[in-house]
Design a protein around this ligand. Structure first.
Ligand SMILES: [Zn+2]
Length: 549
């Protein structure tokens, strides 16, 4: 049973409840925030400290087959960064793609208490649930890759919208996932059939099914809206990383009309220029559209200099990058569901494109007019590790520090941006929005990202420090579901968080036709495919906002 805790004298940042830096007393009982407790078992004095809800990572890659492939591909990265255990916590291996244990503990040591794995093939769901169960402290969930699913594209091609709706519902139930993820929608399957085949425009019909990315994206938005998913389709647009992809990104957002849509790692989709030429910054065009359209949420996918690991369902992208990097890499097929590519990578200050990507991410943050909808991420570990979040926060909060960092990077790249002219400094309230309140709201997690009565008691207490990188690197206290996990910067307990998923109803009549497809094309028996409840362990079904149709 969790503790009864009272936290006094702290400066509270709880943007969802319009509290910005007020001294408040917080009360915790039975894992929830409450208005009062009579005799707290423990009182924490947070004098001189900053209190925020636990951090929420809306887009990262921390579990499942592709993450494990990335771990296997770079054992040297583990050897250089062992994660020691304590009497309360287990040991693990760190690096850019940490082990399950180190992932949970290291998120907690930054004050993050929820993280969403952003791309899982349905066939990898069982593996992913096992690894998420193995990831301590944090609550977690995952998005399933359906944007290149052969069966679903066949249904769309044949105009069978009703069956498409129920098949998506079946797939989400069968994987215990949180929402749908579309990666390079419609492009991977042609590429798997014929190298260098892809789609390059939102209205280009792919050569296998004769349907367009726009049709696929729109169909998934319709399903999410009809069901009332807490989080809309989570889209990695076509043409990631290509010069001139701003046109595709804008068209993708326009496809949504006024319907909800989340764009993942939007920095990687904000490039001007012509295909095959060096990119420039299109951050202004992208952020202007986002600012003006409250139905759109996005996470930035900030590039941070140093080691990273590209891991993506965008198989053609990984194939293209392998030619640039000339290092070990993997492309993997995932039956009828998606592509996959893994490539250890390193972003360097002096390389034009890397510096430009870094600067565009910062431009997007600094030109955003609504922090609730432009969320902090590095697309861990693609743009950089989640362990670099404290440095990213300092870049946003400390103009002088940012100037020093700008001076170190490729000048030609900086010259293509307006970054040196952007004087904005994020304040603590805005940081609380882009790291907890905003992502929780975008995910539809009404019990997270705030500290009002009834919220999950996920709380982080930081020592106030003008060096924001130091401040956000090591919270004084972390409370998870009402349990004190970090006390005076040290782990004092272990904890197993929950898996968050949705359970949309579907018409059972869809199942026989899915079974027929499986028996013809999958290497796995249909009866062995769906994940049963025994894989969920501690879990929570997040409600839909509408009755299922
Ligand atoms: Zn990602």
């Amino acid at each position: 049973m969790s503790d009864t805790i009272c936290i006094i004298n702290g400066s509270v940042y709880d943007p969802a409840n319009n509290i910005a830096g007020e001294i408040r007393t917080l009360y915790v009982r039975d894992g929830r925030m409450v208005d009062a407790v009579s005799e707290p078992a423990r009182t924490l004095d947070a004098q001189g400290m900053v209190i925020m809800p636990g951090g929420v990572d809306i887009h990262c890659h921390i579990a499942g087959p592709k993450v494990n492939l990335a771990r296997k591909l770079q054992p040297e990265d583990h050897r250089r960064d062992p994660h020691p255990g304590t009497i309360f916590t287990r040991s693990g291996s760190g690096g850019v793609v940490p082990s399950t244990f180190a992932t949970g503990y290291r998120y907690a040591t930054l004050g993050y208490t929820t993280a969403m794995e952003a791309a899982v093939t349905p066939i990898g769901a069982r593996h992913t649930l096992e690894e998420l169960h193995d990831t301590p402290i944090i609550d977690k969930g995952f998005y399933i890759l359906l944007g290149n699913n052969i069966y679903l594209q066949q249904l769309l091609k044949e105009g069978r919208k009703e069956e498409f709706h129920h098949a998506v519902g079946w797939w989400i139930n069968s994987t215990k996932s949180f929402t749908t993820k579309l990666v390079n929608p419609g492009g991977d399957e042609p590429w798997k059939g014929r190298r260098n085949s892809n789609v390059s425009d939102l209205d280009e019909k792919n050569e296998v099914f004769g349907i367009t990315p726009r049709e696929i994206i729109s169909a998934f938005i319709d399903v999410a809206d009809a069901y009332g998913f807490p989080h809309p389709p989570h889209v990695h647009c076509n043409n990631l990383g290509h010069s001139g992809n701003v046109r595709t990104t804008l068209e993708t957002m326009k496809t949504a009309g006024d319907r909800r849509l989340h764009l993942a790692h939007i920095q990687f989709h904000s490039y001007s220029g012509e295909p095959g030429q060096n990119p420039g910054s299109a951050a202004r065009d992208i952020i202007d559209y986002v600012n003006a359209h409250p139905n759109i949420t996005c996470d930035v996918g900030q590039v941070m200099f140093g080691k990273s690991t590209i891991m993506t369902a965008d198989a053609p992208l990984a194939y293209m990058l392998r030619g640039i990097k000339k290092a070990k890499w993997i492309n993997a097929d995932t039956e009828c569901e998606s592509g996959c590519g893994i490539l250890p990578f390193s972003y360097q200050e002096k390389i034009y494109v890397h510096a430009l990507q870094w600067a565009i991410g910062l431009e997007l943050f600094l030109m955003s007019q609504d922090p609730w909808r432009v969320i902090l991420s590095t697309d861990h570990p693609n743009g950089g590790s989640f362990q670099s979040y404290p440095k990213l926060i300092r870049l946003l909060m400390d103009r002088e520090f940012r100037r020093q960092e700008i001076a170190k990077v490729n000048k030609r790249a900086i010259g293509k941006t307006v970054l040196p002219d952007l004087d904005r400094e994020y304040n603590l309230n805005e940081i609380a929005i882009i790291t907890r309140a905003g992502p929780a709201r975008a995910l539809g997690l009404t019990n997270k990202g705030h500290l009002g009565a009834g919220a999950d008691a996920d709380i982080t207490v930081y020592d106030e420090n003008p060096d924001r990188e130091l401040m956000f690197s090591a919270p004084r206290y972390v409370i998870k579901s009402g349990n004190l996990i970090i006390d005076n910067h040290e782990f004092c307990a272990d904890f197993s968080g929950r898996t968050l998923h949705i359970a949309p109803a579907y018409d059972e009549s869809i199942v026989p036709s899915v079974r027929t497809f499986f028996e013809s094309y999958y290497s796995i028996e249909f009866d062995n495919y769906a994940v049963d409840d025994s894989y969920l362990h501690e879990h929570e079904v997040i409600p839909l906002s509408r009755a299922a149709t």
